[in-house]
Design a protein around this ligand. Structure first.
Ligand SMILES: N[C@@H](CCC(=O)N[C@@H](CS)C(=O)NCC(=O)O)C(=O)O
Length: 231
C-alpha cells in the first residue's frame, strides 16, 4: 500500500494544519509509511486534491482512493491494521475520544487561534493571504490583529483552559496512560499548529502540559521536529 497525505503548507516548509498532524502521528503510531504532498489554501479551494469536489485536508490517497477527514482516516487505520498498536483502545474508548476531539476543536483550537492567528497569516504564501484574512476575519468578527492583540496578558486564561488535561497529565505520561493514543495526537495537533507558525510561548516550562508536549515531540523518532518549527 502507498499512502500520500495532502498537507496544508506555508512558507519555508511549514506544515501547520492541526488536523493533518493528527493524521501524520496516527500513521506513525500504526507504523504505516506516509508521504505528504504540500497544498496551499489556494490549491485546496481550486479543488486541486479532487477536481470533482472540494475536499479539506487531511485527505489521504491510498492506492488511488481518497479518504477525507482526520477522524475517518484514524478509524480506517484501526480497522485496516488491527495487529498494529490501537489508536483508540477499543470501541468504547473510541466514543470517549470524541469528547477529547470536541474539547480540542472548540476550547483548545479557539484558545490557540486567538494567540497565533496573525502569526499564521505571516507564515503563509502571498497568494493565500487575501483568502485567509477575509475568511478568518469573517469567522472571528474582528481583524487578525485584533484577535491576536493582548495575548501576553491572556496567559492565565490559557493556563486555565488546559486544566482538564493538566490534571490527567500530572498523573500519567500520556492521555492514553503509559503510552499515547489517538486522544494524545488530537490534542497535540493544536500545539504543533502553534509551534509551526509562532514563537509565542504558550506554556510555562514547569507545566505538566509542557512536559507532555515535549514527550509528544520526541515520539516516532521526533516526527514533529522533522519539519520547520519555531520552538
Ligand atoms: N473535520 C476535518 C477538518 C479539516 C479542516 O478543517 N482542514 C482545514 C485545514 S486545518 C482545511 O482544509 N481548510 C481549508 C480552508 O480553510 O480553506 C478533519 O478533522 O479533518
Amino acid at each position: 500500500m502507498t499512502a500520500t497525505m495532502y498537507d496544508l503548507a506555508g512558507i519555508d516548509g511549514r506544515r501547520f494544519s492541526p488536523f493533518c498532524w493528527r493524521t501524520r502521528m496516527a500513521f506513525a503510531h500504526k507504523g504505516v509509511p506516509l508521504e505528504t504532498r504540500p497544498m496551499t489554501f489556494t490549491e485546496i479551494n481550486a479543488n486541486a486534491i479532487d477536481p470533482s469536489e472540494r475536499r479539506t485536508v487531511p485527505t489521504v490517497d491510498i492506492d488511488g482512493t481518497l479518504v477525507t477527514d482526520s477522524w475517518t482516516i484514524a478509524e480506517m487505520l484501526d480497522r485496516e491494521y488491527p495487529d498494529a498498536p490501537s489508536l483508540f483502545g477499543g470501541e468504547h474508548a473510541m466514543q470517549l475520544t470524541r469528547t477529547i476531539e470536541a474539547w480540542t476543536n472548540s476550547v483548545l483550537h479557539g484558545a490557540v487561534a486567538s494567540r497565533v492567528l496573525l502569526d499564521i497569516y505571516n507564515n503563509i504564501e502571498e497568494q493565500d493571504k487575501a483568502y485567509f484574512r477575509e475568511s478568518r476575519e469573517k469567522r472571528f468578527g474582528r481583524t487578525l490583529e485584533e484577535v491576536q492583540a493582548g495575548r501576553d496578558e491572556r496567559g492565565k486564561e490559557f493556563y486555565q483552559n488546559l486544566t482538564p488535561i493538566r490534571l490527567v497529565l500530572r498523573e500519567t505520561p500520556f492521555l492514553g496512560g503509559e503510552t499515547p493514543l489517538y486522544a494524545d495526537y488530537i490534542v497535540f495537533g493544536g500545539f504543533q499548529w502553534a509551534r509551526s507558525v509562532s514563537d509565542f510561548k504558550l506554556l510555562d516550562d514547569d507545566d505538566a502540559v509542557a512536559h507532555w508536549r515535549d514527550r509528544m515531540v520526541s515520539l516516532h523518532d521526533g516526527l514533529a521536529n522533522s519539519v520547520t518549527v519555531y520552538a
